[in-house]
Write a protein that binds this ligand. Structure first.
Ligand SMILES: [Zn+2]
Length: 106
C-alpha cells in the first residue's frame, strides 16, 4: 500500500514571517486514508482525512525564522511567543532606537 495518495514534492513558499524570502518546503497534500477495522460481523472501512503536511527544509535566509516555527505557521498552529529577539525585531522595523541593546558592561 503506497503511503498517501495526495501529491507530494518540494515547493517554495513565501516565508510566513517576513514574506521576503522563499523557503524550500516538502509539501504533502492532504488525503483520505482508509482504515480497516475488524469487527465481529466482518471488516469495516472508515476513511479519515489526513491534513496537509509541511516539512520545512531550511531556516529563513532573510529573517532567520526557524524551520519549526515556519512549519507551525504553515499548518496554522503557530503560537506567538514573544521572545526578546522578536520584540527587538519589531522595534527595529518601527525604527525605534534600541536603547536597551546598547547598554554596555563595564
Ligand atoms: Zn523570513
Amino acid at each position: 500500500m503506497p503511503e498517501g495518495l495526495g501529491r507530494k514534492g518540494e515547493i517554495f513558499v513565501d516565508c510566513p514571517f517576513c514574506e521576503k524570502a522563499k523557503i524550500k518546503v516538502f509539501h504533502k497534500e492532504g488525503y483520505y486514508q482508509a482504515r480497516v477495522s475488524r469487527i465481529s460481523a466482518g471488516a469495516k472501512t472508515t476513511r479519515h482525512w489526513v491534513p496537509d503536511q509541511y516539512m520545512v527544509l531550511e531556516d529563513c535566509p532573510n529573517c532567520g525564522a526557524k524551520k519549526k516555527d515556519i512549519e507551525a505557521m504553515l499548518e496554522g498552529r503557530y503560537q506567538k511567543k514573544r521572545s526578546r529577539e522578536e520584540i527587538i525585531e519589531r522595534l527595529k522595523k518601527r525604527g525605534l532606537p534600541l536603547v536597551f541593546e546598547k547598554r554596555e558592561k563595564r
